[in-house]
Design a protein around this ligand. Structure first.
Ligand SMILES: [Cu+2]
Length: 116
């Protein structure tokens, strides 16, 4: 959409129209804050390795995380709420979404999944 608007703007000699069109484009571009937001489509399969309820942390062996551009690995994530860890134990299969929150890799949604 932006591309077409810019092409039209370039072909029009009236500068004000071109500027208006470019501003409209910027508005569209900046309406997104540039951060990645996990959606249901970004759900990642993982296996619980360690639970640290006190520090709201979980160690997960996870499949590639597309929205974070991260390959499969085992790593520690923060959870947004300690209660997300309720009922989980090492060895459990989980389905989760993760994102960077305040520069910390954080599990956003987390639920037990059927074992593979
Ligand atoms: Cu990782």
């Amino acid at each position: 959409m932006c591309f077409i608007t810019r092409s039209i703007a370039r072909s029009i000699t009236l500068k004000s129209i071109a500027v208006t069109a470019l501003l409209a484009c910027s508005g569209i571009a900046f309406s997104h804050d540039g951060q990645t937001h996990p959606s249901a489509a970004d759900t990642v399969m993982g296996e619980v390795r360690k639970i640290d309820t006190e520090n709201q942390k979980i160690t997960l062996k996870h499949a590639p995380i597309k929205n974070l551009d991260m390959p499969a690995m085992t790593m520690v994530f923060r959870v947004t709420e300690a209660k997300q860890l309720n009922g989980l134990k090492p060895g459990d299969a989980v389905a989760f979404t993760a994102d960077t929150v305040d520069n910390i890799l954080t599990v956003i949604t987390l639920k037990a999944a059927a074992a593979k």
